[in-house]
Design a protein around this ligand. Structure first.
Ligand code: HEC
Length: 239
């Protein structure tokens, strides 16, 4: 090997070694703040954002959406959206929640702009690492996810009244098994006396196929003006 090439290879190796050492020092010192209330340093944010966006685009590329204009799909998807997503992603006429304000990265307000259909499907099925976005594919069949995607395309053109009317006529939280239906009374002692007409302020619990239970205020109470002090865990609380 010629002398100059040898020297430049050795220099490159030394620089890589130094870089790794500096990176290890930064990690070990705790200098990088992981707090959700302290946004990423701009270059870090740019890299993470590009990685997230490319990862989703590449993986969603092969997905073929069904007919998303089908009103029946949109209607069915609205009930699941209201029960499972609005607490983070909001809805027409809904004010910010503790989760929509406090999470970082922030959940986008999906009532304002539709996400490309195949990408939305992929994200709902698989979730996004190290963010608040859960993977729902474990408890929901593809057809129900597509229904929600259909609803997401329609939501930005709805006002608050249209949204509430659609959710009320949607059949509620239903994705083909796994979730419980408190209104039918299955003897689960965890229920808080939900009644068939859905009194404001009541709490509905859902048990998924994997045994996890989620609870939230009934749809009418999910809007801040009627239940300002009801957290998404269903317990009243004070600040
Ligand atoms: C606990 C809060 C939370 C819940 C509940 C939640 N999400 Fe998310 N979601 C997030 C966060 C945070 C992000 C942004 C992640 C990121 O930017 O890396 C996100 C991202 C998304 C995106 C991608 C948006 C984009 O611009 O690329 C879609 C679509 C989405 N969520 C749909 C849903 C649906 C549908 C539901 C209900 C089944 C849901 N989410 C429930 C927190 C949540």
């Amino acid at each position: 090997m010629a002398g100059p090439l040898k020297t430049s290879l050795a220099t490159a190796a030394a620089m890589v070694g130094l870089g790794a050492l500096v990176a290890a020092g930064v990690v070990w010192s705790g200098a990088y703040n992981v707090a959700a209330d302290d946004p990423h340093w701009a270059p870090v944010h740019a890299v993470i954002e590009a990685a997230r966006s490319r990862s989703i685009t590449v993986r969603a590329a092969g997905l073929e959406p069904p007919d998303l204009a089908d009103p029946e799909r949109i209607r069915q998807g609205s009930g699941n959206y209201d029960a499972m997503c609005a607490g983070c992603h909001l809805a027409p006429g809904m004010a910010a929640t503790e989760m929509s304000r406090g999470l970082y990265p922030p959940p986008p307000d999906l009532s304002r702009a539709a996400v490309e259909a195949a990408e939305a499907f992929w994200v709902i099925e698989h979730g996004i690492k190290a963010s608040g976005m859960p993977a729902w594919g474990g408890s929901m069949d593809d057809a129900y996810i597509w229904n929600m995607v259909a609803f997401l395309q329609a939501m930005p053109s709805m006002d608050a009244d249209q949204y509430r009317a659609m959710v009320a006529g949607s059949g509620g939280h239903d994705h083909g098994g796994g979730e419980t239906h408190p209104h039918q009374g299955d003897g689960d002692p965890g229920h808080h006396g939900a009644s068939a007409d859905g009194d404001a302020g009541e709490v509905i619990e859902h048990r998924h196929a994997d045994g996890t239970v989620e609870s939230h205020p009934a749809p009418q109470a999910a809007l801040p003006e009627t239940a300002p002090d009801t957290a998404d865990d269903g317990h009243d609380h004070q600040h």
